[in-house]
Each structure stands twice: as structure tokens, then as C-alpha cells.
Design a protein around this ligand. Structure first.
Ligand code: ATP
Ligand code: MG
Length: 442
């Protein structure tokens, strides 16, 4: 094994075993160990009932929040580890937790409730596996396969549809054929799933390395929770820039963006307003005038519907709204944009523009990509030099303006705006002496 089981986990398994209970590592950590990846949490399952587990760790700090569902969280070396009694579960009506759980004596019953074979493997301290559903083979083959009958499993909990896609996108695995078919057939189960649960999976899915294939193969699933995507999926665009239809362009743009949920959401939604804005001229060329604003408005609705946090929503909407903005590589324009958006959003906008271009005819975008690089380099330089970008950076402030004899009130702001304007345009140096002289001479 490439990664060591932490000492704290070993102690927990030994303690439970020492008290006569079965105890195994299970779920994501075993899967990740078998994939040769470092697990990010270590879940433990045991034949001990919750109160028996608590008794085993009576001298340790215990968190009881999951107790009803059979989970005792033990703190070992400051790290929390979840220890869950073997259980089966009832349906997930729509919430994060199953409606009820039932403790069972047998590990295999616990494994059988889990979603995919790769997530239904248990491992003991010696590294020996209990793998009744062939999960280790599926991991070797890079396959996502439901435990048991796929249709039934997706009907128990519609979130599994999103989990299948998320694992496919993040691991680059294929979804096994029957499971894939059941994903399509049961996508409407997502209607019953809480927006927050879909949202959490979607973010991770979008940041996955194989997000492109998932978008290509499962547009119907995305349309289930975001029906606004429907007309983009079928959009044709006949114009010189575009060699692809709306969905293929969007998919390329998402793939081309850095693996970050905000940027990839911006790419997924940047052209969502195009179908509404489409017009075709006499030459048969399609135009989409005004689509960024419409896209931004739709994106705002869609992100609200899926309960995205305000920060993510506002940033995505901003990037969508500005994705098509003219941005010539001139320092004065760059200073204005840096001042208006702030550096973080500005560089995100460059990423968005780059990704958008990479979703267009590769032969025609080389110059624009080079220009974006140039803009990025100039922006870095402007920031490195600490150039003036906003009123805050100006070498004089309102007090100086008033001291020079301007009446306190709106005129003060107008004078400062005028100075900033000239500094940004490069016509005036941001030097206190020069600016003071100018104010006084007014
Ligand atoms: P990761 O933590 O990397 O997201 P994970 O597989 O560990 O992946 P968790 O949400 O931590 O995901 O769940 C732990 C385990 O619980 C899973 O490996 C799986 O066995 C089971 N599980 C989680 N969610 C579901 C679900 N919706 N239906 C069935 N089993 C599930
Ligand atoms: Mg996990």
C-alpha cells in the first residue's frame, strides 16, 4: 500500500477488536487506498452497537451528533474519526440523512446498502479485503457500478445519479453500461433531492478532470435540475467563429477552464442566454446580440435555485455578464478594469475569456489567445508597480480637496473622480505634489 493507515485509526480498530468486536476501514478510504490515492477521511464500520463503541472509548473525547444513525465520532490525536455500526438504511426522502437506519449484525449487509461497488469494500488492519461485490476489480477496470440492481438503487436515493457522474468526472472512470442506462432512466429522481445535496456534488463534478465527457454523455441529467440548459444543448450556431453547436462549445469551454468550481460554473452558464438572443441574418449567419446580459440573469436564477452561496453566485454572474467584454491590451484599459473588478475577478475574467476562446475554432483564435496573455502580463506589471487603480490609491484624498478650498459636498467627489480619470488614462502622474497643484489651480 502506498499510503500508511494513521496510528489513530490503527488504535481505534485495535481497541474495537480487543473488546471482541469486528471493525474495518470502509468506503471512500478503502477505495482511495486501492486507487493509490491518499484518503481524505477514514471511516470505520463495526459490529459494536453505538453504546458499545462509546464504552470502548469512554476515556476519549467523543462527538455524539450522528448517534441516531449509528455514528460515534472519536477524536484521536486531534483528528475526528467516524465509527459507524453495521446498518441498513431506509430511503432518503430528500434530506441528507436516510429516513431511518437499522443496525444489522453482518458486515455484508452494511456493504450492500452502499452505492457503488468501489465504495462497498471493507479492509482490516492487515490490509485484507472483504469485497463481496467485486469492487476491487471495478477499480482496476475504472468502472462505476451500482451495488445490486441499478434502477432500484437510484430510486432509493436520487442523489446517487449525481454521485455516479461526480465520480466519473473526478476519477476519469467509466460508468458501467447498465448503471449508465439507469442513470439516464432515473434522472427524474433528482427532483426529490434537496438542492444543497445536488449542489455539493455538482461543484466537485465540475472540478473533475473528466467533466467534458460527463457533460457530453449526460446532458439530460444536467437539464433535470437546470431545465434552462435544454435549449443550449440543442443550439446550433452558424457563424465564422464557431465550429461547434452550443453544448459542444460549452463543454470545450468548461474543460479548458482551470479545475475550479467558480470558473467552471461560469463557463457552463456563459452562453445560456444565447438561444433566447439568436437571430439569423440574410447570409444565414447567426448572431447572439446581448446574450451576456441574458446569460447573467439566467445564471443568477439557476444558481439561486440550487442554493449556491452568495459569494460564488455573485462572482459567477459577474464573469458571465462580462465574458464577452472588449478588452484591448492597453494599459489604461487594463487599469480601469483592474480598478473596477479588483485583481481576483479580473484574472478570473481572463481565464474565462481564454476558456471561451478555446471552445471556438482553434485556427481562428490564436491571435486572441496571444492578446489575452499580453493583457495578463501587463496587469501583473501594473500590480507589481503598485500603480493607481482606484480612489483609494490616489495620492490625494477628500481632505486635500477641501483644504484647497472646495466646498464639502458632491463637488469633492467630482474633483477626485476627475483626477482619477486622468491618472488612469496615463495623462497625469499619481504624485501628491502634482495633484495638489492641480487642485489649487482650479
Ligand atoms: P468522498 O468522501 O471522496 O466524497 P466517499 O465515497 O467517502 O467519497 P462519503 O459521502 O464520504 O463519500 O460517503 C462514505 C461512504 O458512504 C461511501 O463510500 C459509500 O459507501 C456510502 N455512501 C455515501 N453516500 C451514499 C449514498 N447516497 N448512497 C449509498 N451509499 C452512500
Ligand atoms: Mg468520504
Amino acid at each position: 500500500m502506498k499510503f500508511e493507515i494513521p496510528d489513530g485509526v490503527r488504535r481505534i480498530l485495535q481497541t474495537l477488536n480487543g473488546a471482541g468486536f469486528e471493525a474495518y476501514l470502509v468506503g471512500g478510504c478503502v477505495r482511495d487506498l486501492l486507487r493509490g490515492m491518499e484518503p481524505h477521511d477514514w471511516d470505520i464500520c463495526t459490529s459494536a452497537l453505538p453504546e458499545e463503541t462509546e464504552a470502548c472509548f469512554a476515556w476519549q473525547r467523543i462527538i455524539e451528533t450522528g448517534l441516531k444513525h449509528g455514528t460515534v465520532t472519536v477524536l484521536e490525536g486531534g483528528e475526528p474519526y467516524e465509527i459507524t455500526t453495521y446498518r441498513t438504511e431506509g430511503p432518503y426522502s430528500d434530506s441528507r440523512r436516510p429516513d431511518f437506519v437499522q443496525f444489522v449484525p453482518d458486515l455484508e449487509q452494511d456493504l450492500a446498502r452502499r452505492d457503488f461497488t468501489m465504495n462497498a469494500i471493507a479492509m482490516d488492519l492487515q490490509g485484507d479485503l472483504r469485497d463481496p461485490f467485486g469492487g476491487a476489480d471495478d477499480i482496476k477496470a475504472g468502472l462505476i457500478r451500482c451495488v445490486g440492481e441499478p434502477n432500484r438503487r437510484f430510486q432509493e436515493d436520487g442523489l446517487r445519479v449525481m454521485r455516479a457522474l461526480r465520480f466519473a468526472a473526478v476519477f476519469g472512470y467509466d460508468i458501467e453500461e447498465q448503471t449508465a442506462q439507469a442513470v439516464h432512466e432515473n434522472r427524474t429522481m433528482l427532483d426529490r433531492v434537496a438542492a444543497e445535496r445536488i449542489n455539493a456534488e455538482l461543484r466537485r463534478l465540475l472540478a473533475g478532470k473528466n467533466v467534458g465527457d460527463v457533460l457530453r454523455q449526460y446532458p439530460d441529467v444536467f437539464c433535470q435540475f437546470w431545465p434552462q440548459l435544454g435549449s443550449l444543448v440543442t443550439l446550433e450556431q452558424n457563424n465564422p467563429w464557431h465550429c461547434w453547436g452550443g453544448w459542444e462549445h460549452t463543454t470545450h469551454a468548461v474543460e479548458a477552464a482551470p479545475a475550479d468550481a467558480t470558473l467552471r460554473l461560469a463557463m457552463l452558464l456563459h452562453d445560456i442566454g444565447k438561444p433566447t438572443c439568436k437571430s439569423t441574418d440574410e447570409q444565414g449567419i447567426d448572431h447572439f446580440d446581448g446574450h451576456p446580459a441574458v446569460s447573467a440573469q439566467l445564471a443568477d436564477q439557476m444558481l439561486r435555485a440550487l442554493k449556491f452561496d452568495n459569494k460564488t453566485r455573485e462572482r459567477v454572474v459577474l464573469l458571465v455578464e462580462r465574458h464577452d467584454a472588449q478588452l484591448p491590451p492597453r494599459s489604461q484599459v487594463i487599469r480601469r478594469w483592474l480598478g473596477r473588478l479588483g485583481p481576483e475577478a479580473f484574472f478570473q475574467l481572463l481565464e474565462v475569456k481564454q476558456a471561451d476562446n478555446m471552445g471556438q475554432d482553434p485556427e481562428k483564435v490564436q491571435d486572441r489567445l496571444a492578446e489575452l496573455d499580453e493583457i495578463g502580463a501587463k496587469a501583473e506589471q501594473i500590480l507589481a508597480e503598485g500603480q493607481c487603480l482606484t480612489l483609494k490609491d490616489l495620492a490625494v484624498d477628500g481632505r486635500d480637496v477641501i483644504a484647497a478650498g472646495v466646498e464639502p459636498g458632491p463637488e469633492v467627489g467630482r474633483v477626485l473622480d476627475g483626477l482619477l480619470e486622468r491618472v488612469l488614462s496615463g495623462k497625469l502622474a499619481n504624485k501628491r505634489g502634482i495633484l495638489l497643484n492641480l487642485i489649487r489651480s482650479k
